[in-house]
Design a binder for this molecule. Structure first.
Ligand code: NAP
Length: 261
């Protein structure tokens, strides 16, 4: 058994630091919570479904799309620890497309996506700023996507949301720099999680995405988490306002390998 996950570490690049990670019930958010805890941080993990607590990770259930819960839970969340060094906004939704012509349905989809993927990270950030400003090493990490700088078919709400979150990252980097808070984002490429399970299960879609990726494979959540650990730690102490693309070379590839289908 890996005892590192069971015991709270007093050493490591994040020893003594406190982090909040949203979307930490599964996938990339859960991997980030684990990585920060393994680096020595105490982590508060947010999601609707929660998870099993460890010595370093405490799960709190919160629906980021529910304004009332946000208003009730958020102040308690930030009062509890009394210290906050890292906020990771990893939670997001990408909703299935609605039937063509259903304008009302599409507007609901747009509003809900923006609420969870953009408004909630902004609200949490504003709530976190007073504590992060007291930290000597405040760091905010927003998980965007390769969608933040590219157009993709069939999902305007998600593409819009991720572009907005990348913009919010830059805006907040400017506004929060005087308080010593760094704000960066990570743009993952194709990573196998619940969010991408449909395209991964479809062999044609899986292979199309794989062939366009220079490293010729899908990414793993822990490979995104390693970069989050870097951005949370002093290893990135002179970086702010940046979006790190972690996509196996997907975005810089000009020509998909068609011979390998
Ligand atoms: P995932 O497996 O679907 O996980 C999403 C997380 O967000 C879950 O923990 C979920 O928890 C939480 N969440 C969703 N709605 C919520 C709400 N209303 N309130 C609170 N928590 C909520 O997705 P993932 O692939 O790990 O994605 C993580 C991040 O990476 C997202 O920002 C996503 O856009 C980004 N990303 C992923 C990929 C990829 O290929 N997987 C690529 C680019 C970017 P509950 O359901 O328990 O609430």
């Amino acid at each position: 058994m890996d005892t590192r996950k069971k015991m709270h570490l007093t050493k490591g690049p994040l020893a003594g630091r406190h982090a909040i990670v949203t979307g930490a019930s599964r996938g990339i958010g859960a991997a980030i919570a684990d990585a920060l805890a393994e680096a020595g941080a105490r982590v508060t993990a947010l999601s609707r479904s929660g998870g099993s607590d460890t010595q370093s990770i405490r799960h709190v259930q919160l629906d980021l799309s529910d304004g009332n819960s946000m208003q009730n839970v958020t102040p308690k969340l930030f009062a509890l620890g009394g210290r906050l060094d890292v906020l990771v906004n990893a939670a997001a939704i990408s909703l299935p497309a609605v039937v063509a012509g259903d304008l009302e349905g599409e507007m609901r989809r747009m509003r809900r996506t923006l609420e969870v993927d953009v408004v909630a990270p902004y609200a949490l950030t504003l709530a976190a700023v007073p504590l992060l400003a007291e930290s000597p090493c405040g760091s905010i990490i927003n998980v965007t996507s390769i969608n933040s700088a590219r157009g993709f078919p069939g999902n305007p709400p998600y593409v819009t949301a991720k572009s907005a979150l990348a913009g919010l990252t830059r805006a907040l980097a400017v506004d929060l720099a005087p308080m010593g808070i760094r704000v960066n984002s990570i743009a993952p490429g194709y990573v196998r999680t619940a969010m991408t399970e449909n395209s991964y299960a479809d062999l044609k879609l899986r292979s199309q995405r794989q062939r366009h990726t220079l490293l010729e494979r899908w990414g793993r959540p822990d490979e995104i988490a390693d970069v989050a650990m870097f951005l949370a730690s002093d290893l990135s102490s002179y970086m702010t306002g940046q979006e790190l693309v972690v996509d196996g070379g997907w975005t810089i590839n000009g020509l998909t390998n068609l011979s390998n289908s």
